[in-house]
Each structure stands twice: as structure tokens, then as C-alpha cells.
Ligand binder design. Structure first.
Ligand code: SAH
Length: 277
């Protein structure tokens, strides 16, 4: 019998922020596989099911167990927090399937079910920081060499992206966030808004709005996402906001500024005609 492997992102924590599709996949499964913390977040949904819960460093074994049980006919759900395709288990599942020589149409049938990633949930708790170009960088150097990570931080900082830092620190890893702050500070003002969001939509949720020069004075750990503003990001009434750029083209009444045309490229000093979109 052809089994099913659902790779599910459950969102940040609270069930209201998991999608109905994610909850349905969990309800249908007979085996639930995941890191202990995430299993706990959905424990009320999985009574009576088989469960494989493992610690942080046992991901390969966990992915393999999930794939094998599903291949043999089980209905298996593999749980990631946030989105399984953003620093989650989805990539590893494909590597295991490739090793096994799996082809589309073979068992298991694969279902990839998206979830809300930490950037979205953490962003919503502090305002609208991601309204213009943003990127995500993980500071974990457990599987990626630090010089590669440092180069990406430098590139993102110099290109003025809003930067979401995943895995900023852990008990043993404390140096990376300090180095990241130093790199970003080379390109951005010390007053650049920075949000530290811990355990978004979970019990011990905490959100701090600070700035680049002061962000290291607060606790930053494994459950924190760090959002660093771009040069355009501002704080308004305790919210962190990155503008989309409307005021480059329109007045606050919605009138078009002199020389600009709606639906055409923004006219700047180096671009005097403006191209149609
Ligand atoms: N797949 C997850 C990311 C896993 S990497 C997702 O899409 O969100 C683990 C990192 O994600 C943590 O170190 C933290 O930086 C971030 N993270 C995940 N859930 C979070 C939450 N509820 N609140 C704040 N940060 C979170």
C-alpha cells in the first residue's frame, strides 16, 4: 500500500496560527514525528497516535524513520515549527528520499503543507517591519561555516535589506550575534530599529523593540528571532515599520507628486522618463 508522508509546518505555536490543512494532516496521521518541543505544542491533537519524539541533534534519524514508516504504508506526519521549508525538516526529507532512490509516484506520497514562518509571526508582533525587501539569515554555524554566514550578513547589510536572523544564539553559541551586530553596524546607524521576539505566540512570548547599538544588552537565545530594520525602517507608537515607498510618489492625500506617474517606474535623478511596469 502506498503510504503518505505529510511534511507539516505548524506555525509559531498556538493552534490558531496553524493552518486548517496542517491540523487536518495531523488529525489523519497514525504516526507523528517531531522534535519534542513541537510535539508538545500539538499534544492535544495527537492522543492515541504513535509518536516519535527526538532531541535536536537527531534530525537525520527522525527524517529517515518518518520516510520509512510512510514508505511501508503508514500515514505519517513530520512536524516542523513555523514552515517546514524554512530551516525545517523538508530539505532533509528530500535528501533521505534521494538516497533511497525514491521517484514521484512511489510510496510514500509526499504532501508538503506550508506554515507561517517566524519572520511572519514575529513581524506581526512588532508592527510591519517586512513591508519592503527583506531576507532571512540563520546564525547557526553548526552545519554552515561561519565565513559563509558572515559574508551573507555583510551582503544583506550593504544592500539595505531588512534582515531576519534565525537561530541567533544558544547556550553554547553566543559569539555569532555579536559579530553579526558588528558587521551590520558598519553599514547602518546605531539608531536603526531592532526587534527581539522570543517565543512568538507561545506561553513565554516576549517582544522587545530596541536599536542596533543597544540590542545586545537584552537576552537573545534559541527561541528568539532578531529583526533588524533597513535604513528606511522607523518606529511609530512603539511599532517597527518599514515603508513600502508610497511617499516617494504620492502626497499623504494620495495626489501624485510632480514628475511622477502612477503605474510607471519611480522617476529619480538617473531615470527621468520612467518605464511602464
Ligand atoms: N521552521 C522554523 C524555523 C526553524 S529554525 C520557521 O519557519 O519559523 C529555529 C529558529 O526559528 C529559532 O532559533 C528562532 O530564531 C526562530 N523561531 C521559530 N519559532 C519561533 C517563535 N515562535 N518565536 C520566535 N522565533 C522563532
Amino acid at each position: 500500500m502506498r503510504g503518505v508522508l505529510s511534511v507539516v509546518g505548524i506555525g509559531p505555536g498556538a493552534q490558531e496560527h496553524a493552518t486548517p490543512a496542517a491540523l487536518a494532516a495531523i488529525a489523519e496521521a497514525d504516526l507523528v514525528v517531531g522534535y519534542t518541543t513541537y510535539i508538545k505544542l500539538v499534544r492535544h491533537l495527537i492522543e492515541g497516535k504513535d509518536i516519535i519524539r527526538t532531541g535536536m541533534t537527531e534530525e537525520i534519524g527522525r527524517a529517515r524513520a518518518a520516510v520509512e514508516r510512510a514508505r511501508d504504508g503508514g500515514n505519517v506526519v513530520l512536524i516542523s515549527s513555523g514552515d517546514a521549508g524554512a530551516y525545517g525538516m523538508a530539505g532533509l526529507v528530500f535528501e533521505v528520499l534521494r538516497d533511497m532512490g525514491w521517484k514521484r509516484g512511489d510510496s510514500p506520497e509526499l504532501r508538503l503543507i506550508p506554515g507561517m514562518t517566524a519572520l511572519n509571526s514575529c513581524g506581526s508582533l512588532v508592527g510591519a517591519p517586512l513591508v519592503h525587501d527583506f531576507c532571512a539569515i540563520s546564525l547557526s554555524d553548526l552545519l554552515t561555516p561561519w565565513p559563509v554566514i558572515a559574508r551573507r550578513i555583510d551582503a544583506a547589510a550593504s544592500a539595505d535589506f531588512v534582515i531576519g536572523l534565525y537561530n541567533p544564539a544558544s547556550g553554547r553559541r553566543t559569539r555569532q550575534i555579536v559579530e553579526a551586530q558588528t558587521i551590520i553596524r558598519r553599514y547602518r546607524e546605531g539608531t536603526t530599529p531592532v526587534a527581539l521576539v522570543k517565543s512568538a505566540y507561545r506561553k513565554l512570548q516576549q517582544a522587545v523593540l530596541t536599536d542596533l547599538d543597544h540590542c545586545l544588552e537584552y537576552e537573545i537565545g534559541m527561541l528568539t528571532t532578531v529583526l533588524v530594520g533597513s535604513s528606511q525602517t522607523f518606529v511609530f507608537e512603539g511599532y517597527m515599520v518599514t515603508p513600502r515607498g508610497y511617499t516617494n510618489k504620492y502626497t499623504s492625500d494620495g495626489d501624485v507628486l510632480p514628475g511622477q506617474r502612477p503605474g510607471f517606474s519611480l522617476v529619480t535623478g538617473s531615470n527621468l522618463s520612467g518605464e511602464a511596469e
